[in-house]
Write a protein that binds this ligand. Sequence first.
Ligand SMILES: NC(=O)c1ccc[n+]([C@@H]2O[C@H](COP(=O)([O-])OP(=O)(O)OC[C@H]3O[C@@H](n4cnc5c(N)ncnc54)[C@H](OP(=O)(O)O)[C@@H]3O)[C@@H](O)[C@H]2O)c1
Length: 247
Amino acid sequence: MAKPVVFITGGGRRIGAAISSMLMQSGYYVLIHVRNSLSEAQSIINQHSESNDGEICGDIVQTDLLNDNIGDLIDIVTNHPKVREYGGLFGLIHNASVYQPIGFEELTFEEFKKNFTIHVEVPFLLTKGFYEQLKAKSGSVIGLVDTSQGRAWQDLTHYTSSKNALRQMMINLAGDLHPHVRVNCIAPGAIISADWEIEHFASVLEKVPMGRSGEPKDIANAAKFLLESAHLSGQIINVDGGWTLVE
Ligand SMILES: NC(=O)c1ccc[n+]([C@@H]2O[C@H](COP(=O)([O-])OP(=O)(O)OC[C@H]3O[C@@H](n4cnc5c(N)ncnc54)[C@H](OP(=O)(O)O)[C@@H]3O)[C@@H](O)[C@H]2O)c1
């Protein structure tokens, strides 16, 4: 029986892994894109395939989104045997990200551009490249953004400006692609800290009304909800324990 196929970028670890895992558990065939997290992605596939009577629940596509050709990636996904068998992609999740603070004086144009490549250009190219398949399946696109809109996050101009460009691109595409393809965003709050922000993360949690960090599965729940909510488009779901209410 044909399963809905979802392609997720950066889906081998952390939040991406939780989304890949939840979707496999829910009956999706998931193509997990990774740059380095091959073994992590493989163990997600193994775990879910074992509990699904040995039926393989997904596969891995490895690419460096900054250095490899995105057209080649689109071809690999499009010609994947399961994508062909199941009639094309139903879901596309823009999750891959870079997140490193750099003060304005040290911030090079190259680093600035790198953030725009991974957060804006790659999602644009992938959405365009998969549009016909998504359209044929009345599919769904999800962008992982954040809660930085309208705020100044110290030393993260390159990150916040590119993530908010993604947010706006997704909303505009929701308007342009209806009724064939739905486009939404998830804005996680403080879910898993990066290695460099552990102290800052703790101070953020003191302000979060829910009084704790979220869990990757909270984001995965939102992704599944958006994929399956046939009348939802152009929405941003803040999964942030209420953080945006107080800041
Ligand atoms: N963590 C949070 O609390 C939080 C808060 C707000 C928003 N978000 C957003 O939620 C999403 C997931 O967050 P996360 O913290 O789990 O993300 P993350 O760990 O920072 O990055 C996700 C994945 O992006 C991939 N990636 C990075 N550079 C790449 C490149 N050049 N080519 C290909 N892949 C590349 C990596 O894949 P490999 O591991 O395979 O190399 C990485 O595992 C992100 O879009 C993030 O901005 C997260």
